[in-house]
Ligand binder design. Structure first.
Ligand code: GLC
Ligand code: CA
Length: 553
């Protein structure tokens, strides 16, 4: 294992880290086949360094048939040949580490791809075999087993059960998949499954990977004891129990798994870190973020919050209180590969925001976005979360203030959610390849085309256009991240009250770093202190609406 001097730093680097999510297929394409690759990422290391992020998190780059954008993993300890090789991975890691950027990889433990060798073996093996026991195979109901074993929906379709054809050609058993049918769920009661994920944790940790993002961390253990089969026709949080006894999600037993992973992570120096993607009741996040567990858990609260000072305040305070209890650190997130880009979300009118699928279906969806306002708010929002205690997860392209591309023709959509929702919502927009230049066949994404169509307006919104341009969103991120490095301090803040204006969020950190956000549309008085940075133009005495200012007081 290569020695990296920066790894000797303090063990809690992750507490205040700014982690930049890369969606590998859509970041940079080195060989011109239209698919982003590891060499492409390596070629952007200088860019990432200049941006000033502390770590990158790579969404899955493993061999995959892409039934779910790579979250259908066929081999957990390898690289998709379209994305690169293990040697290229090591080169990328080396290059990132050399400039002090840590690396998170994505672990997808709830399900594999149906192309995984274990699932293929299960299909070929008989009912009741050890091969089938690694997944959740059950007999169907009805005279000939033709009725699915239970009424259970999936995230990407009406049913979580798919029937197989037995090796002898007869209709056979059914297997459970909480996502697409190409994503069979593992049986986490099976010891081989447990052992294999430990092997995967060691595999990437040995290579020098610093952290892991754990996909659907709350779903692994299900109540399947004594022939029980969960029934559920909605995965809405409101129908999920919040006491650890739900049939499908967030069962207390899941933490035994993470404890065993933590033991492995702690064998490394510094210990490997992990962040859970757990869509659970807010009161249940703490267990995932515990010291003996994964250590950190995403809070997606702000990714759904409308632009409203009071709501932001309550959410921020709730999360600060929660992390104070667990001793973990906060995770502030506005955008990722699963949600509408926040510049667009913040630019939507209230009606569209209240029913995103309806907005998305409407032919004039683009006209419902106030792009300028959305961008101003996004910039203000980002400065606000940068000033908060805890870590921030950024999503590629947000540093350009990118809006959601909404022009993808239906025949080019790739997201299973699009097919399942009959065109009501798609995650493809936020996965459109990055624009690096104003011209070229794919705006600098690569020498060829792009696997998802890029909008024409990328010619005006790209790295080349913003690089070195004062006031651009890219320069705002760069400056903010640079200043932040010198300002991060103990996990504390004090709210400064604005008795007569409920549109302001204003707080000071113990070192005098003050952040003031004007959520309203009317200007507010600029407090005393040295202005360090503002998310938009300010006047001598006032902060315009939808703007954040950092001051040193
Ligand atoms: C997570 C991923 C999402 C994926 C799902 C199934 O929610 O973020 O992209 O579709 O898990 O793996
Ligand atoms: Ca490529």
């Amino acid at each position: 294992m290569a020695e990296h001097t920066f790894l000797r730093g303090p063990k809690d680097w992750w507490r205040q880290a700014v982690v930049y999510q890369i969606y590998p297929r859509s970041y940079a394409d080195n060989n011109g086949d239209g698919i982003g690759d590891l060499k492409g990422i390596t070629s952007r290391v200088p860019y990432l360094k200049e941006l000033g992020v502390d770590a990158v998190w790579l969404s899955p780059f493993y061999p995959s048939e892409l039934a779910d954008g790579g979250y259908d993993v066929a081999d957990y300890r390898n690289i998709d040949p379209r994305i690169g090789t293990l040697e290229e991975f090591d080169e990328m890691l080396e290059a990132l580490h050399a400039v002090g950027i840590r690396v998170f990889v994505d672990v997808v433990p709830n399900h594999s791809s149906d192309q995984h060798e274990w699932f293929q073996a299960a299909l070929k093996a008989p009912k009741g075999s050890p091969e089938r026991d690694r997944y959740i195979f059950r007999d169907g109901k009805g005279e000939h087993g033709e009725i699915r074993p239970s009424e259970l929906c999936s995230h990407f379709g009406p049913t979580a059960w798919t029937r197989i054809t037995e090796p002898d050609g007869t209709p056979g058993q059914w297997y459970m998949h909480l996502f697409a049918k190409e994503q069979p769920d593992f049986n986490w009661d099976n010891q081989e499954v447990r052992d294999d994920f430990i092997k995967t944790a060691r595999f990437w940790s040995d290579r020098g990977v610093d952290g892991f993002r754990i996909d659907v961390a709350h779903a692994l253990v299900k109540n399947l004891k004594d022939g029980h089969l969960p029934e559920r026709l909605s995965f809405d949080l409101s129908v999920m129990k919040n006491d650890g006894t739900d049939d499908l999600f967030d069962r207390d037993e899941v933490h035994e798994i993470y404890k065993s992973w933590r033991q492995v992570y702690n064998e490394y120096d510094p210990p490997r870190v992990a962040v859970a993607e757990a869509w659970v009741h807010a009161n249940r996040r703490a267990a995932y973020a515990s010291e003996e567990g994964l250590g950190q858990s995403f809070s997606f609260d702000l990714a759904f919050e409308p632009w409203n000072a009071k709501k932001f305040h309550n959410t921020i305070q709730y999360n600060l209180d929660a992390s104070a209890k667990t001793g973990s650190s906060n995770t502030w997130v506005f955008s990722n590969h699963d949600v509408i880009r926040h510049a667009t979300r913040f630019g939507l009118d209230a009606e569209s925001l209240s029913n995103l699928p309806k907005w998305f279906r409407s032919a004039d969806r683009e006209s419902k976005i106030n792009k300028e306002l959305g961008l101003a708010r996004a910039r203000a929002a980002t400065m606000l979360i940068f000033a908060l205690p805890g870590s921030t997860y950024l999503y590629q392209g947000e540093e350009l203030g990118l809006h959601e591309p909404l022009n993808i023709p239906s025949e080019q959509m790739q997201d299973p959610q699009w097919f399942r929702s009959e065109g009501s919502i798609s995650r493809d927009g936020c996965r459109v390849p990055m624009p690096w230049t104003s011209t070229g066949s794919s705006f600098g994404f690569g020498p060829g085309g792009a696997h998802l169509p890029q909008p024409e307006w990328f010619k005006d919104v790209n790295v080349e256009k913003q690089d070195g341009v004062a006031g651009s969103t890219l320069e705002l991120y760069r400056t903010a991240l640079m200043l932040r490095k010198g300002l991060v301090c103990a996990e504390k803040l004090t709210w400064n009250k604005h008795w007569f204006n409920s549109n302001v969020l204003d707080f000071t950190r113990p070192n005098g770093w003050r952040s003031v956000t004007n959520f309203g549309n009317k200007p507010i008085k600029l407090p005393k202190g040295k202005v360090l940075l503002s998310s938009g133009p300010i006047n001598a005495n006032s902060i315009p609406g939808n703007t954040t200012v950092w001051l040193q007081s």
